[in-house]
Write a protein that binds this ligand. Sequence first.
Ligand code: ZN
Length: 85
Amino acid sequence: MGTTLLPGGAGKYVRGVDPACPRCQEPLTAPHMLLHCQNYKAQRDHLQAALHSHGLVYNLSNVLDPKEAARGPVFCALAKYLLDC
Ligand SMILES: [Zn+2]
């Protein structure tokens, strides 16, 4: 539980996977990638706009589990964010 396939999770267990963000040297976890990393700030703007347009605060809970009415648009914006990063 709590482990992801992001390097910050998998890198603790898989040899050859650096668990740190190459820019910040912080663990490359979902919160770091989605909320904090300055490396992805430009890509994050579109995702933040998608949440705000549905009255949602930009936080990890709303990004990964948005309310039903916003789920489609937020997940589309999340997919674009992940592909652009
Ligand atoms: Zn970073």
